[in-house]
Design a protein around this ligand. Structure first.
Ligand code: SF4
Length: 715
């Protein structure tokens, strides 16, 4: 072994929202040995291929090591001075809404908090949005409409306690693999636990499915409206729960019935046979303990928020929420999508789950931060923000820890917007990405294993990411970089942090502000009062804690037990009751045509993460899917004169990419699937976001990544 010593440090995986606990120790050659943390409640020692390979991705290869201005390496001081002065000039000339931050679910909560505080609190604009907009914003909007707060009610143990688990729009086996391993083990131990997969594709998650509903992309609202109508028709509602704890049921049911007047029509809309529809409805109706897991197949849609509420309606109508083995369960994509949401990373929220448009809360945030310039209106959501850059309304943007030139839809427009933007700052730990190439100022950030802070996983559990290795070059924590710019902009009194623990304590204290009013008596659910006085040493030792955390743990190395929200039927709405939302099926905004006769679905593959800047460094992760591919049904291949292994040109109204053909009956005839990961750096022809249009859900602003009309032809 090349290990230097026998000390393992506990930290958290850098990838998905399962938030697995990892133990790591440095090796003599500068890499890391990795093993699962047996004591972490997310994974109990399990890790997937990506987590296990983290140690292979921590080298200095490809790292951004030094600040630079216009491509010339420089020290920190001139780089920070330049960012501060250019932002200040733009604000002085054009107002605070002429600048923007675009941040990332890869940031730690402390980084996110400071970025949000600078933009919304002191610059005075709401223009900070995050790549979580692409991932979870429909769930956020759906949660807020139904529960009055952006909260996942359940915990991972519910998947093991349920008698029926529905995976809808979620290939859990590949995208949240450890959660899938837990579900699979539970089903092996208890075969009566039934699993239903609702997905246009036959994914790896179908290996444990008792029923697979290969739904027409985009028709989820019709399906869940059909379920609600069935539950009412067959007396499977919980009338006492509906009466005591909810509002709006009659309107929601009336709307559902209009979508589900007869099973034949529903079968046509959803593409699911009447027999399968009935089997699904019966299983849901007759099983008391049901968990519905949902992810990007639901969220990334022009009707994403309504899809979320259509399935929340079914859980509320049966009282299946906040109980062991029961509840809707949004699984987040990124390691810290939840943490970012908590501290106001989305343009339409304030920090600590407080809201724009609520004078009491705005006043409270202003006083807490001691600022008179708090933004009073929401900022621009991701797609609108880049539109504003493209049209020249936003004249300076700072992009942190993300690669929007690859990951946002209509990437040619994004590329053009950043090229013509007068001032682009990128802070990242990777030197060469499609986005860093467009930067005027580059700022080297610490990467996973170098930085220290907290992340929140999909079950609301806050875990520490810990420093394991020295930082190469001049890399710094994101919170430090942002604070240094803030000081140079004249806000030093509010950004005088010495340690990430200072920031965590301040954020935790913010969650304890009592924002109840006569008109809005419900207290926020997000409350970290038990963590508001941690010493740096206690912060260092902090074990995974699921919020709310009302009391300080007896020892900070004691992991909190899992909690469920809304168990008492009290919700965070003004009335304290959950809200049914009347939703109506709407077809996706873009429809297929003679010119573009196939539906493109995009998503992750098993062993890669986002734009491959980290996972691409591990040769063994690359073996699973070595190059951009398009998966299509053999019948479609025949129609389009394509054969397996051939290169195909895929075109949409927005662009063109090339990918190698894979034939499979796992996709429906009429659909094609392309992975999201490849980009200009890894394969000039494989950037799928060049094909995808900028259409979004009007409520959440989340783009429609799962339904793009395309044409295919041999290259
Ligand atoms: Fe990391 Fe997610 Fe895999 Fe866990 S399941 S090891 S968090 S990528």
């Amino acid at each position: 072994s090349t290990t230097t010593k026998d000390t393992w440090t506990k930290t958290t995986c850098a990838y998905c929202g399962v938030g697995c606990g990892i133990e790591a120790r440095p090796t003599r050659d500068g890499a890391l040995e990795i093993q699962g943390d047996q004591s972490h409640p997310a994974n109990f020692g399990r890790l997937c291929s990506k987590g296990l390979a983290l140690g292979e991705t921590v080298g200095h290869q490809g790292r951004l090591l030094h600040p630079s201005i216009a491509g010339t390496q420089c020290d920190w001081a001139p780089a920070l001075d330049t960012v501060a002065s250019r932002f200040s000039e733009v604000i002085a000339q054009h107002g605070p809404d002429a600048v923007a931050f675009y941040v990332s679910g890869q940031l730690l909560t402390e980084d996110y908090y400071v970025a949000n505080k600078l933009m919304k609190g002191f610059i005075g604009s709401g223009n900070i949005d995050t790549n979580s907009r692409l991932c979870m914003s429909s769930s956020v909007a759906g949660h807020k409409r139904a529960f009055g707060a952006d909260c996942v009610p359940g915990c991972y143990a519910d998947l093991e306690l349920a008698d029926l688990v529905i995976l809808t729009g979620s290939n859990l086996a590949w995208c949240h693999p450890v959660l899938y391993q837990r579900l699979k083990a539970a089903k092996t131990a208890r075969p009566e636990l039934k699993v239903i997969v609702i997905d246009p594709r036959t994914t790896s998650s179908c290996e444990i499915a008792d029923l697979h509903l290969a739904i027409h992309p985009g028709s989820d609202v019709a399906l869940f409206n059909g379920l609600l109508a069935y539950l009412a028709q067959h007396q499977h509602l919980d009338p006492a729960y509906i009466a005591d704890h909810t509002e709006g049921f009659d309107m929601a049911l009336a709307s559902a019935r209009r979508d589900a007047q007869d099973l034949r029509a529903l079968a046509t809309i959803t593409g699911i046979s009447r027999q399968q529809l009935t089997a699904f409805f019966r299983l849901f109706a007759e099983t008391e303990k049901v968990v519905t897991v949902y992810s990007q197949g639901v969220n990334q849609s022009s009707q994403g928020t309504d899809k979320v509420n259509s399935l929340l309606n079914c859980h509320l109508a049966t009282g299946r929420i906040g109980k062991p083995g029961s509840g809707p369960f949004s699984v987040t994509g990124q390691p810290n999508a939840m943490g970012g949401r908590e501290v106001g990373g989305l343009a339409n929220t304030l920090a600590a789950h407080m809201e724009f448009g609520n004078d009491t809360q705005s006043q409270m945030v202003s006083e807490f931060w001691q600022t008179e310039t708090l933004a009073r209106t929401p900022g621009l959501k991701a797609i609108d923000l880049f539109d504003a850059i493209d049209s020249g309304r936003v004249k300076a943007v700072w992009i942190m820890a993300t690669n929007p030139a690859v990951s946002l839809p209509d990437s040619e427009t994004i590329q053009r917007a950043l090229t013509q933007c007068p001032f682009v700052v990128v802070s990242d730990c990777i030197a060469d990405t499609d986005t860093t190439r467009l930067a005027d100022v580059l700022l080297p950030a610490q990467g996973w294993s170098e930085k220290s802070g907290t992340v929140t996983n999909s079950e609301r559990r806050i875990s520490r990411q810990r420093r394991l290795l020295p930082t190469p070059g001049d890399g710094k924590p994101d919170w430090w970089i942002i604070s240094e710019v803030a000081k140079r902009m004249g806000f030093g009194h509010a950004f005088d942090y010495r340690h990430e623990a200072d920031i965590f304590r301040e954020y935790s204290r913010m969650t304890t502000l009592d924002n109840t009013t006569a008109a809005s008596p419900a207290r926020r659910v997000l409350n970290l009062s038990g963590l508001a006085n941690l010493t740096p040493e206690q912060y260092h030792q902090l074990s995974p804690q699921q919020w709310p955390v009302l009391d300080q743990p007896a020892t900070t190395s004691e992991t909190s037990i899992s909690k469920r929200l809304f168990a008492n039927g009290q919700f965070a709405t003004p009335s304290g009751k959950a809200q049914f939302i009347a939703v109506k099926y709407q077809p996706p905004l873009n429809q297929i045509s003679l010119a573009y006769p196939l539906v493109l679905n995009s998503g992750r593959i098993r062993d890669q993460w986002h734009t491959m800047t980290r996972t691409g460094l591990s040769p063994r992760l690359g073996e699973h899917t070595p190059e951009p591919c398009v998966t299509l049904h053999p019948d479609d291949a025949a129609c389009h004169h394509l054969t397996s292994g051939q290169l195909a040109r895929i075109t949409s109204r927005y662009g063109e990419v090339t990918a190698r053909v894979t034939l499979s009956r796992s996709v429906r005839a009429g659909d094609v699937f392309v992975p999201i990961h490849w980009n200009q750096t890894t394969a000039s022809a494989g950037k799928v976001c060049q094909l995808i249009g900028p259409q979004t859900d009007s409520l959440s602003g989340q783009p429609e990544f799962k339904f793009t009309p395309v044409a295919l032809a041999p290259l």
